[in-house]
Design a protein around this ligand. Structure first.
Ligand code: GLA
Ligand code: ZN
Length: 669
């Protein structure tokens, strides 16, 4: 299966901004030569080109873009064509101020920056459709154009009167009556009751922030607004050529929209990944980004595209570090190992001015092709050509972690325990890391999308505070049918309106887990408790310690101190054909490892390689290939049970020497 059927190979290239160089035909000519040299086969064009494509209202100038696309095509280089809605031209903001966003303080933004449009504005919709249609009519059937890149890194909300009105209409559709809305939002609290739909405003620091149900609905509404805008652009371009797939480039730092929901409206998931290599142990950075690669693959349960990454460094962090030798290939192939069918960069060439003139690029201001960055990029291009057997291959996982955006929003807002510091995503990453370290592949599912749990043998549900979509019944059936489930503290507490369940927690699952949760204790940063196993092993517990009352479960480990010393902190319970585990506290990283040793014992989940690997080295399987990755700054010797062939070097051996930040892609002989 290919994400880009017109060009079913690994894509290598990135954001190309010829619009900044139209007065330098020599440079544009040189770009094509350099791209061929760097084994670039695909660029993204037109992301911020609106002012050039439509210099005056209704006057379209697409010839320059056509010439670029044609020239690249003559050299076999494909185009991912962007719609330009990520940044609008000045004339539009001047003539139609309604296209600009209103912020959470109810102030209208001025012209400038990017990603600054109102998704409701009829004028913005109309102008976007007109330019999108013009682009589609001219280019959607061009043989070189393989994918639409809609807008850029969609994010944020608009608080303008139009968007407010749409919010009220959205609420009317959701609740039908004000009584139902008042009940869902628990407006008996602090005299919040609404008696007229027009009284409802979006959550704002200038107004209401303590209505949690409303804040949750605002996030859902914003997701729907964004989805509606995506569909608007998608339907416009696909009306011209329904065969050409669309993507939007996602960003893991943004939490505004529910990405599982949003992924339903696009054909291909792509994302922009900017790891902070060399600012902490590299294996930690690799864990964070590897987890997000798996998430992006899971959104549509198919491979994804790495749409942006830097060829060397970025310019927008406080400390902008270079990638050390080896890291560029390693980081790029990490994405491929987890399901990416591309390695694309921001940016091809550094501009002479503007905020990103010093952001890493394949071609620096020197214009040279004998730089370290250029060589490293070429190395990636060559590597991808050698890995074609992996292109399109699935990652097969027997383990699934539940990750839910609505749960994330609810935990971010909750006024309890470690307020504002519940670390949902970090906790999920910590659990993911234990599996990844052991070479066990993992999928993610959100609470609606997990209709297929029976395909997994192990399901992990960290901090599942909110239950929705009947997940408790799905988890029960999963365990009953022979699955192993691990849940953690502060779970099954609220429903999808963020209203507490009445009765024992975790709601609907106490008999499956063989316990009920009674109280949640919170530890300060300098406090800890102990996790004691029967055989004398000990672990360290931090941040959250829940006191549970056993109702048939077996204690695998107990608390070591405080008034709840001796009470269980890790439990196991046989239910139906399966097992339900409960981790009542938060272990530190090393202790979570001990929990996983216990949990995985006897499960015999398939691992990428059945050999112990040195600390900092991981193996990830995709299709028939095993990506062996060394995240340490030293050479590592890895002995294998039998000979493998490295697809990158052709070397066949039962032992591989990986250099510092080295990678090998192994296939069994
Ligand atoms: C984002 C944007 C790009 C560029 C890069 C810089 O991902 O999509 O246009 O600004 O960041 O890292
Ligand atoms: Zn608006």
């Amino acid at each position: 299966m290919s994400l880009t059927p017109k060009f079913p190979v690994f894509l290598h290239g990135g954001d190309y901004n010829p619009d900044q160089w139209l007065d330098r035909p020599d440079i544009l000519q040189r770009d094509v030569e350099l791209m061929e040299k760097a084994h670039v086969n695909c660029v993204s064009l037109g992301i911020f080109s609106w002012a050039l494509l439509e210099p005056e209202e209704g006057v379209y100038q697409l010839d320059w873009l056509g010439e670029i696309i044609d020239r690249l095509w003559q050299h076999g280089i494909r185009t991912i064509l962007a719609t330009p809605s990520g940044a609008r031209p000045a004339w539009m903001a001047q003539k139609y101020p309604e296209v600009l966003r209103v912020d959470a303080h109810f102030r209208r933004r001025h012209f400038g920056e990017r990603h600054n449009h109102c998704p409701s504005s009829p004028v913005f919709r109309e102008k976007t459709a007109a330019i999108d249609r013009a682009l589609a009519e001219r280019f959607a059937s061009h043989p070189a154009v393989i994918l639409w890149h809609l807008s850029n890194e969609l994010s944020g909300d608009c608080f303008c009167p139009l968007c407010q009105q749409r919010f009220r209409e959205w609420l009317q559709r959701r609740y039908g009556t004000l009584d139902a809305l008042n009940a869902a939002w628990w407006t008996g609290f602090w005299s919040m009751r609404y008696t007229d739909w027009q009284q409802i405003e979006p959550p704002s620091p200038e107004g209401q922030m303590s209505n949690l149900g409303m804040r949750l609905d605002w996030r859902r509404f914003s997701t729907d607004q964004c989805r509606d805008f995506i569909r608007w652009e998608r339907d416009t371009v696909q009306a011209v050529n329904p065969e050409l797939p669309v993507t939007v480039n996602l960003m893991h730092r943004f939490w505004d929209y529910d990405y599982f929901a949003l992924a339903e409206d696009i054909d291909v998931v792509s994302w922009d990944s900017y790891p902070e290599w060399h600012t902490k142990p590299e294996i930690e950075t690799a864990a964070e980004y590897g987890m997000w690669h798996d998430m992006m693959r899971s959104l549509k349960d198919q491979p994804f595209l790495l749409m942006e990454s830097t060829p060397s460094l970025v310019n927008w962090k406080d400390v902008n570090k270079l990638k050390k030798p080896g890291m560029h290939l390693l980081s790029s192939l990490q994405a491929v190992a987890h399901g990416s069918d591309s390695v694309q960069y921001f940016q091809w060439r550094k501009g002479r001015g503007g905020a990103e003139m010093f952001h890493g690029a394949v071609v620096d201001h020197s214009g040279r092709d004998d730089t370290r960055t250029f060589r490293q990029v070429t190395e990636v291009g060559l590597a991808l050509e050698k890995l074609q057997a992996v292109h399109g291959a699935p990652v097969e996982a027997q383990c699934c972690i539940l990750y839910d955006w609505e749960n994330r929003w609810a935990l971010d807002m909750v006024q309890a325990a470690r307020r504002g510091d519940m670390r949902y995503t970090e906790t999920v990453t910590a659990h993911w890391r234990e599996l990844w370290k052991r070479g066990i592949s993992v999928d993610f599912r959100d609470l609606r999308a997990c209709t297929d749990l029976s395909r997994y043998r192990l399901v992990i549900a960290p901090l599942l505070f909110m239950l929705r979509g009947g997940i408790e019944e799905k988890l029960r059936a999963f365990v009953e049918g022979g699955g192993t489930l691990l849940m953690t503290c502060f779970s099954g507490v609220v429903n999808e309106d963020d209203l507490a369940f009445l009765g024992d927690a975790p709601h609907g699952l106490t008999d499956v887990l063989g316990l009920r949760a009674e109280e949640l204790d919170t530890l300060g940063d300098d406090e800890s408790n102990e996790m004691r196993f029967a055989d004398g092993r000990c672990g360290r517990l931090i941040r959250l310690c829940e006191v549970v009352v056993p109702q048939g479960c077996e204690a695998v480990a107990v608390y070591g101190s405080d008034y709840y010393a001796g009470q269980p902190c890790l439990t196991r319970h046989a239910y139906g054909q399966g097992q339900a585990w409960y981790l009542a506290a938060e272990p530190d990283a090393a202790s979570l490892g001990v929990v996983y040793d216990e949990l995985l014992r006897g499960l015999s989940l398939p691992r990428a390689l059945n050999v112990p690997l040195p600390e900092g080295v991981v193996a990830v399987r995709r299709g028939s290939a095993v990506f062996l990755q060394n995240y340490t700054g030293t050479r590592q010797r890895i002995g294998l049970p039998h000979p493998f062939r490295d697809l990158l070097t052709g070397q066949e051996a039962a032992e591989f020497l990986l250099p510092a930040f080295g990678v090998a892609v192994l296939e069994e002989r």
